[in-house]
Ligand binder design. Structure first.
Ligand code: ZN
Length: 270
């Protein structure tokens, strides 16, 4: 066996998956920066991480994913300001995404694609939740990457991804634009449309399934927010959060859902 074969076998052991988890937490640390800075149109590279309260630059030994937050008990080492549990949570979740991707898909193209897609959806989920913003750097920026993955994917064709992602979402974009010009209000956010384009490149025609799941879950949660939490109808639902959830469910279980639907609801008509 070559070195690469050994590496492939090792990565799928429990210890190997743990290393993949740790690698994920490091990416998660960077995703925290993206979630905080991208909606504010700040650079994600410069300056280095600093405490938003006392503005001190955080040295590397206080910036170790998961560990630092626990060690500092969620407080800045200099001024004692509270550091949100979210930082810890996103690092942990990203670690899980990485380890799950390798656990489920092995050392493969599909694992890489899942990890990339889930990471993108994680960032979009939280920027939309926090600021109601889906940054163009992510939505538009990863459309070409989605198309490159589609080109190499055994599951969906390049043309399919191009048609759904670019042409389909382009039509939605045009509709939303016309609606905005005529009515003067956003029927559907432009950010949502750009996110749908991105989803189309990664999911192909199953992007419609993801949109359906997002709409159903979004409606249920929306009703809950209005009638149980009594937030009022003007509360703006972060639809991108539901699109994220719909995308991940569809990527993992889309084929199963379509198959179930066909065998249970369509077959008896033949
Ligand atoms: Zn501080």
């Amino acid at each position: 066996m070559s070195f690469l074969n050994y590496l492939e076998v090792f990565i799928q052991t429990k210890l190997g998956l743990f290393f993949v988890f740790v690698l994920g937490t490091m990416f998660g640390s960077f995703f925290n920066v993206c979630i905080y800075r991208l909606p504010k149109e700040l650079s994600v590279i410069k300056p280095r991480s600093f405490c938003p309260n006392c503005k001190k630059t955080i040295p590397w030994y206080y910036n170790i994913p998961i560990f630092s937050w626990l060690y500092l008990r969620g407080k800045c080492a200099y001024c004692g300001a509270k550091i949100s549990f979210r930082y810890f949570f996103i690092e942990f979740l990203t670690g899980l995404i990485f380890a799950f991707g390798v656990y489920k898909f092995g050392v493969s193209f599909k694992a890489l694609e899942f990890i990339l897609l889930a990471s993108i959806m994680l960032i979009l989920f939280f920027t939309d939740l926090d600021e109601r913003i889906l940054p163009d750097e992510i939505t538009l920026g990863f459309i070409p990457i989605g198309l490159i993955f589609a080109y190499f994917s055994p599951d969906r064709g390049f043309v399919e991804s191009l048609v759904v992602g670019v042409v389909g979402a382009g039509l939605l974009f045009l509709l939303a634009y016309i609606y905005l010009k005529i009515k003067g209000i956003e029927g559907m956010g432009m950010g949502d449309v750009k996110m749908l384009a991105l989803m189309g490149t990664f999911l192909g025609k199953q992007a419609f399934l993801a949109l359906m799941i997002a709409s159903v879950v979004g409606t249920i949660v929306g009703l809950f927010i209005i009638y149980v939490l009594k937030k009022g109808r003007q509360y703006e639902i972060p639809f991108g959060c539901f699109l994220s959830i719909g995308t991940i469910i569809t990527y993992l279980y889309g084929n199963d859902i379509v198959h179930y639907y066909i065998t249970h609801f369509l077959q008896q008509h033949y």
